[in-house]
Design a protein around this ligand. Structure first.
Ligand SMILES: Cc1cc2nc3c(=O)[nH]c(=O)nc-3n(C[C@H](O)[C@H](O)[C@H](O)COP(=O)(O)O)c2cc1C
Length: 131
């Protein structure tokens, strides 16, 4: 089974997280910044990562979602954002609804969770490995 983590990053955090998740689950990391026309239908499973800027995902991620509308209900989204708790949950719900993804999660400072057993990121990776 071929998996891929598609991502867009401005400041680097979503990108580093995409590469980390991809390495841990044996997936390909696909940068929508350099490969905006990459085709998600080539993969059995797609995870999509975006930073949040002004309450929205990046333009590249929105364009990706519009272009691949039919694939979105099978895609798992992660957001990297500065908000936490209730504000982050609300932001996640809004963006997930707009993009039409299957499931979604947010990470605040994900790089601090790399390799930290029991952290939200590591638990997410464990759940991806099981599916
Ligand atoms: C211009 C700008 C706007 C931002 N707006 C939000 C926001 O609305 N909500 C939020 O939770 N974080 C916001 N952030 C924080 C970013 O989501 C956070 O820095 C994240 O790591 C960005 O992902 P990246 O490092 O992959 O670019 C903003 C950051 C910048 C620079």
């Amino acid at each position: 089974m071929a998996d891929a983590v598609f991502y867009f990053t401005k400041l680097g955090s979503t990108g580093k997280t995409a590469k980390y998740i991809a390495e841990r689950i044996g997936a390909e990391a696909v940068d929508l910044g350099t490969e905006p026309d990459a085709d998600p239908s080539k993969y059995d499973r797609v995870i999509l990562g975006s930073g949040v800027y002004g309450g929205s995902p990046s333009k590249n991620v929105r364009e990706f979602a519009e272009k691949h509308k039919d694939a979105m209900p099978k895609i798992s989204l992660y957001l990297v954002c500065a908000f936490k708790d209730k504000k982050a949950e609300e932001q996640l719900r809004k963006i997930s609804g707009e993009l039409g993804v299957a499931d979604s999660i947010y990470f605040n400072k994900p790089r601090k969770m790399f390799g930290v057993e029991g952290s939200k990121l590591e638990l997410y990776i464990d759940s991806l490995k099981k599916n």
